[in-house]
Design a protein around this ligand. Structure first.
Ligand code: LER
Ligand code: MN
Length: 276
């Protein structure tokens, strides 16, 4: 059975951090009150998270961390795996090592979204080689802490490297580490992939985490993606992981998050009832 989570960040997070709620304590309480089972923590470095307090807030709310997400490492710090500058690559490596330690306690999953970096002006092979070297190194350290890294295909208007699920799977094969997996975001898939259900099912063995947003990046049900159909496909394929709602906080964070749960939960429950 699919579990629902919601993307949150600290109050100090940059305005362009892509989350629904801000402020870890209040966000965790709100997420729990609305009926989410988990929260995705969008961070810049491991220092963003007060571990003792977070542990307490999560315990009190009965929530889990679904994933640590790293978009701000790129959008805020400008660092990425494919950066041609070795000094800057060392900085992002150190940041990810800190995040892996954090994820050992919180969620055991780290996403690599835009932090994988662009191809940019470099020859594709060079950018890819830099990614592969960094990913192998980090995955080897993460494996010792039981942490998995997930690569998120992102649409072409945001990044020129890994847009489709098939490209993600191809790169995962080249990295060749058991703890590097695929993380589809159905908003990006709607732009890039030939079929949402078809590609989710085709690559289901590689999928360890999912982002949900509607076609316009609003809460599910407020755009034109067919969530009943795609959730049924995931359910049939045996996906039992998290679906994290990563949506625009519009018209306001509370309404967006409420719409997401109220729309998705009955779909998930009806499939579960049918399975019994
Ligand atoms: C990150 O999860 C993502 O989907 C990006 O589009 C954020 O800009
Ligand atoms: Mn996403």
């Amino acid at each position: 059975m699919l579990r629902l989570s919601v993307a949150i960040a600290d109050t100090a997070a940059l305005p362009n951090t892509f989350v629904v709620f801000r402020g870890f304590e209040s966000s965790i309480r709100k997420a729990a009150a609305l009926g989410f089972g988990g929260v995705e923590l969008a961070v810049k470095t491991a220092d963003d998270v007060d571990r003792a307090k977070s542990r307490q807030w999560l315990e009190e709310s009965g929530l889990q961390v679904s994933c640590i997400s790293t978009g701000q490492v790129y959008a805020g710090l400008g660092l990425s795996f494919t950066d041609p500058d070795p000094v800057r690559r060392r900085r992002i490596r150190d940041i990810f090592i800190g995040l892996i330690e954090l994820a050992e306690e919180f969620g055991q999953l780290i996403n690599i979204g835009r932090a994988r970096g662009p191809i940019g002006a470099a020859p594709r092979d060079e950018a890819e080689s830099r990614f592969i070297e960094m990913a192998r190194d980090l995955c080897d350290g993460a494996a010792q802490r039981n942490v998995t890294l997930v690569i998120e295909p992102v649409n072409r208007y945001e990044l020129d490297f890994i847009n489709t699920l098939a490209e993600g799977v191809d790169l995962i094969g080249k990295v060749d580490r058991r703890n590097l997996k695929l993380m589809p975001d159905v908003f990006h898939m709607n732009i890039e992939d030939s079929s949402i259900e078809g590609e989710l099912i085709r690559h289901i063995d590689q999928i360890a985490y999912i982002h949900f947003a509607d076609s316009n990046r609003l809460a599910p049900g407020w755009g034109h993606l067919d969530f009943p159909r795609l959730i049924a496909a995931l359910e049939r394929a045996g996906y039992r992981g998290w679906a994290a709602v990563e949506i625009l906080p519009k018209p306001d964070p509370d309404s967006a998050a409420r719409q997401a749960v109220q729309f998705l939960q009955p779909i998930i429950k009806s499939l579960e009832t049918r399975r019994k």
